[in-house]
Design a binder for this molecule. Sequence first.
Ligand SMILES: [Zn+2]
Length: 331
Amino acid sequence: MLVHELSHALAGRLGGIHVRRITLFMLGGMAHMEREPPTWRSELVMAAVGPVTSLALGLLFLWLAGLVDGPLEVDPEDPRAALAALSPLATLLAWLGPVNLLLGVFNLVPGFPLDGGRVLRALIWGATGSLRRATRWASWGGQAFAWLLIGTGMLMLFGLVVPVLGGGPWSGLWLMFIGWFLNNAALVSYRQLLVKETLEAVPVARIMQTSLTRIDPDLSVERLAEQQMMASGQRVLPVERAGRFLGLVSLSDLQRSERRAWSRMSAADIMTPVSRLACVAPQDDAGEALAELARRGVNQLPVVENGRLVGLLRREDVLKWLALHEATGAS
Ligand SMILES: [Zn+2]
C-alpha cells in the first residue's frame, strides 16, 4: 500500500503536483495532493500509475516466490500440501503476490475516487473538456460500485458465497462497510469540486464578516465573558490596541482559564496571540481559505492586512455564501 501511494506521489511530483502527506488507514491509503491535476493527461498518468505499480509488485513477488523455492510439485489430490511445504520467505512472497494483484484490480474499478474512477474521469474530461461533468459521471460510477458492494454484502449475510470474497455474516458486514465508505467518498469528492468551483476566484474580502466587536487587551476576563462574549454573538473576540491586531479570545480560551481568577486576569492573558494564528489576506482565494479552515480544524480565520484586522472569515459565512450562490445559480 505504501509503495502504491508513493508511486502516485512520485508521478504527481513529475507532473508538478506535490503530495504533502500519505495516510495509510484500515481501508487503504490516500495520497493528499496539494491541488487537483491541471490537465486530464496528468490526472490519467497519476491515477494509472498506482494500480500498475500494485500489479507489477504482485507479479514480482510471485516470481520471487518461485525463485526462492523453485517450481512447486502440486499433488492434484491434495493441493494444500504443496503450500504447507513452502519455506517461510516463500510463504510470505506467495501471500504478498496475490494481495498486491487484488489491490491493483480493486483500484481499477471505474468508480471515483478509486484510481480506476480517476482514470475514467481523466478520459471523460479529455473527451468532453468539462471537469465538472467528468467528476459527476465518475462519481456516479463510484456510487454504483459502492451500492453493488453493499448489496453483495447483504446477500452474504443471507448465505451467498462469492468467489475470492467468500461468504458469511462478518465478510458481508465488512463488505457493506467498505461500500458505505466508498459511497460517502464518491459523494463528498463531487461536492468538494462543486464548492471549489463556486468559490473559484472569489476573494476572502467578499465573504468575511466585517462588523466585529473588538476588545482591548487590558479588559478584565470577567467583563469580557459577561458583557462582550454574550452580547456580541461572536464565538471569538479580536483583541486590538491602537488598531494593531494582537490575537483572538475564543470560547475555548475562556473555558481553559481558571474561573476564579477571571477578575484578576485580562484579555491579553488568555488570548491566542497572532503569532499562533493562521491568518489570511483580504485578496486571498476563498476556496483556499476554506481548505485552510478544514486543515486546521478551526471555525474562523482572521483576515489581516498590514498588521490590522479587517475582518473574520468564519466557516458559517462560507456556508451561507455557498447556499446563496447555489440556490440562485449565480457565479
Ligand atoms: Zn491508488
